[in-house]
Design a binder for this molecule. Structure first.
Ligand code: M6R
Length: 605
């Protein structure tokens, strides 16, 4: 979390830094700051709250200078106030940091003993002290190198120096850092999206690298201080499309574009003339895969849970889904004949990245399913399957979830076919059905108004449950996550059959309960569980493709999804749950795109 930016230019940089910080606000939004070199001195300005507040400060007290760094914070060490906001500066150096310095307590003591004092509670300020100290006896390269060597943990850094007033330094270990190349100006940023209005030529630092930006060139160094070259990527114009258009917020835009993004994704992978899925050269021959392990966090983890059901249904392969923050520390028996799949929208999630690294270090074959193709996870994976969803800016993941499920479903069918687990007629039918998903999503999206009405039932609820069986269970979990992160209402996604083993005790008069009851092989059982909830006073929102009048007099509201084959109705069940979370949050006046305490890209563990 946290977003950093740095610019060295032939013109004043503060307006460009502010613009880039606004793009990075999805990474953290509890405080913001900027440092420039103005009249030969470090000019640091910072505040609590959003970048808008910083902009107001700069409006009254403009910050000139043709090089500078900026920061948006998601607090880890120290409360989100002005003092703890970045940059952290001494007389001679100013630092912005994304990540966590794990040995900061030890370093703080060491530098206090040397006579340095600290203003903030942050882990970052030790870096300022270290750079200041090394500068007294080392040249610039050694000063940076020695500082980085002493740091433990994860970081991306941006640094400016009073006495080197023609350069900005960037460094990376664990947290992402992109480098942008302009005309007579160069940039660093936590992602390429932040830099897109300034350049489409981008490189990325790898772990251990650092760089020195001058306005006419960029020098790259590895962890041994050796100068290195970097590949420069050109962003396509499509990578650059990320504005709200006519929508009120990014989330509603992202929900509503899901028929388009799924169509794009399916088109990328389907050879329509042969009705074939174009996924070739997996890192392990599908016939030899012993087990598939799916690893991710949050919403991406829910897509893995979904895939577990599909892989079990269509292949003879054993499958497990794991939460990355658990997997990375477990004593898992890593077997080279298992396929490890890492799913991440951002491709930068620290736990997922660490889990991937653990596999790579053990020579395990890996596959990354990502939205951001130039991300760290994509670059480290042996094989990458992009979800082609386009930039997702709202903190709550919506179109990326659907995209992750599409790719996982395609991958399942392809593996199943390659292994001979599925008969060819069934395969052909499922692929044909898959092509209908975008229009079915479109039809479901058109029913948003129905959900707007029922959302009122949730705004004063002290809690709610989402129930489903089989394929609907992971979707119930995802629906509950969406509601809690957006509207701050406690919500649990539960396997409907588990209710009587404890959670039924929570059901009391008036509690809203969402029941996912597609007309699949579990339908009757789910209806029984729903009846048990209604009998205890639960107000049920039933989401189904069943058109009969089942229980209708007892159900508070029935949302109808289009009929489709039961293995893919998960895509359609997801849509009303996204709308529900969105409208409840809107009614409660919550910040839709930036829910409290969260950030889009979780680059700390
Ligand atoms: O970028 P990733 O897909 O790796 O992110 C994983 C989670 O942090 C993310 O899905 C999070 O749970 C979302 N905010 C949920 O909407």
């Amino acid at each position: 979390m946290c977003g950093i930016v740095g610019i060295v230019s032939n013109k004043s940089v503060s307006a460009s830094i502010i613009r880039a910080l606004k793009k990075l606000e999805y990474r953290g939004y509890d405080s913001a700051g900027i440092s420039t070199i103005t009249n030969g001195e470090i000019n640091e300005q910072k505040c609590s709250g959003r970048v808008d507040n910083l902009e107001k400060i700069l409006f009254q007290n403009p910050s000139s200078g043709d090089l500078g760094i900026g920061h948006v914070r998601w607090a880890t060490h120290g409360i989100p106030n002005q003092v703890n906001a970045h940059p952290h500066s001494s007389e001679v150096v100013s630092v912005v940091h994304n990540g966590i310095i794990e040995n900061s307590d030890k370093l703080r003591k060491e530098y206090e003993q040397k006579g340095y004092s600290f203003k903030s509670q942050t882990d970052t300020e030790v870096i300022t002290a270290m750079l200041t100290d090394f500068l007294k006896k080392e040249d610039l390269i050694n000063c940076i190198h020695k500082t980085l060597e002493k740091l433990e943990g994860s970081f991306a850094l941006g640094v400016i120096f009073k006495n080197f007033n023609n350069l900005v330094v960037g460094a990376r270990r664990g947290s992402p850092l992109a480098v942008g190349f302009g005309h007579d100006e160069n940039f660093i940023g936590s992602d390429s999206y932040a830099l897109k209005s300034m350049t489409n030529k981008i490189s990325y630092l790898d772990d251990g690298d650092f760089c020195i930006l001058y306005k006419e060139k960029v020098e790259f160094y590895n962890s041994d201080k050796k100068k290195i070259n970097k590949e420069i990527f050109e962003l396509s114009s499509e990578d650059n499309i990320a504005d709200k258009g006519d929508y009120k917020d990014f989330m509603s835009k992202e929900i509503n574009e899901q028929s388009t993004t799924t169509k794009k994704c399916i088109n990328e992978y389907l050879d329509k003339s042969r009705n074939e899925i174009n996924i070739f050269n997996l890192p392990i021959n599908p016939k030899k895969i012993k087990k598939i392990r799916l690893i991710a966090c949050g919403t991406a983890y829910h897509s893995c849970l979904m895939a577990k059901y599909w892989i079990e249904e269509f292949t003879s392969i054993d499958v497990e889904s794991d939460i990355a923050s658990e997997f990375r520390y477990r004593k898992v028996k890593l077997d080279p004949s298992d396929l490890y799949i890492f799913v991440s929208q951002s491709g930068e999630t620290a736990d997922t990245y660490a889990a991937l690294k653990k596999c790579k270090e053990n020579k395990i074959k890996t596959c990354g399913i990502v939205n951001v193709v130039e991300s760290s996870i994509a670059r480290l994976s042996d094989f990458v399957l992009p979800i082609h969803a386009g930039p997702e800016i709202g903190v709550a993941s919506t179109k990326a979830f659907i995209g992750q499920m599409i790719v996982l479903y395609l991958l399942t069918l392809k593996i199943s076919k390659e292994r001979g687990d599925i008969n060819l007629d069934e395969y052909a039918k499922l692929v044909l059905d898959l092509r209908k998903i975008p229009s079915l999503i479109e039809e479901t999206l058109s029913k948003q108004k129905d959900i707007q009405v029922i959302a009122r039932d949730f705004i004063n609820a002290k809690g709610t449950m989402y129930l489903g069986r089989g394929y609907s269970y992971p979707i119930a979990m995802e629906g509950a996550l969406k509601l809690k992160e957006l509207s701050y209402i406690h919500a649990e996604g539960y396997a409907a059959g588990e209710m009587k083993h404890g959670p039924l005790a929570l059901i009391e008069d008036g509690i809203p309960v969402v029941v996912l009851a597609p007309k699949d092989r579990f339908f009757e059982k789910t209806i029984s569980n729903m009846q048990e909830v209604i009998a205890r006073g639960g107000k049920v929102l039933m989401i189904t493709d069943d058109t009969s009048e089942t229980m209708s007099e007892n159900i508070r509201f029935k949302f109808q999804i289009p009929k489709t084959n039961s293995t893919i109705n998960s895509f359609l069940l997801t849509i009303p749950l996204q709308f529900l979370a969105y409208h409840v949050a809107l009614l409660k006046n919550c910040d839709i795109d930036k829910p409290r305490n969260l950030a889009k890209s979780v680059t700390v563990e």
